[in-house]
Design a protein around this ligand. Structure first.
Ligand code: E4P
Length: 216
């Protein structure tokens, strides 16, 4: 499973890239709003740090506006994929962009049929938002399982990108279900390092080494 980081924060992206686990980055208007500087500048920096898929989201709500923004964002770098919201107009835009060879990440997916429609329109990725479903007492990961099954049934090439990840268990379940990608907030990536037995093990090795007076 590919790991994307779900942030527009340059320091977080650099740190995770140095861990060697990063296959891409997802941004959205809310994440960009938290950072200094303009979106284009941030994207230009991000593509230099991570050699992988970088999702940039349109904010226009009409078809022409979305296409114009999408083409501009895609022109910034070949790795940029355009996040388009799942609406009737968004789906038209997905079809147009995909036919022109511009990768689309269909965002704000909350049902398996939305994902199926996005795949049929040619989306490169669909982004089911698992955390936001959990927030309203629906099982977000069940949606991922259903989408994986549907895409497998019909051999769609569209990748299932698990988004709105809130904790390491979302990542584990995504991997067990065979999702293609999880986009993970930095704080969740940090939690994925943690295991008390790792810390205890390191301490015990070092204590034994020192007690025996060994030298490297
Ligand atoms: C990423 O593609 C999504 O925009 C993001 O994961 C949404 O996460 P949130 O539900 O925590 O805002």
């Amino acid at each position: 499973m590919k790991f994307f980081i779900d942030t527009a924060n340059i320091e977080q992206i650099k740190t995770a890239a140095a861990w060697g686990v990063l296959d891409g980055v997802t941004t959205n208007p809310s994440l960009v709003a938290k950072e200094q500087g303009d979106y284009v500048q941030l994207l230009k920096e991000i593509v230099q740090i991570v050699d992988g898929s970088i999702s940039a989201e349109v904010v226009a709500e009409d078809i022409d506006g979305m296409i114009e923004e999408a083409k501009f964002l895609a022109s910034l770098h070949e790795n940029i994929v355009i996040k388009v919201p799942f609406t009737p107009d968004g789906l038209k835009v997905t079809k147009i962009l995909s036919d022109e060879g511009i990768g689309v990440n269909e965002t704000l997916i909350f049902s398996p049929l939305q994902a199926l429609m996005a795949a049929k329109a040619g989306a490169k990725f669909v982004s089911p938002f698992v955390g936001r479903l959990d927030d309203i007492s629906h099982q977000g990961m069940e949606l991922v399982g259903e989408i994986v099954t549907i895409f497998d049934n019909y051999a769609f090439e569209t990748e299932v990108l698990v988004a709105s990840v809130r904790h390491p268990l979302h990542v584990l379940e995504a991997a067990l279900m065979g999702a293609d990608v999880a986009t993970i907030p930095f704080a969740v990536l940090e939690k994925m390092f943690k295991h008390p037995l790792t810390d205890i093990g390191i301490k015990r090795f070092l204590d034994d080494w020192k007690k025996a007076g060994k030298k490297m």
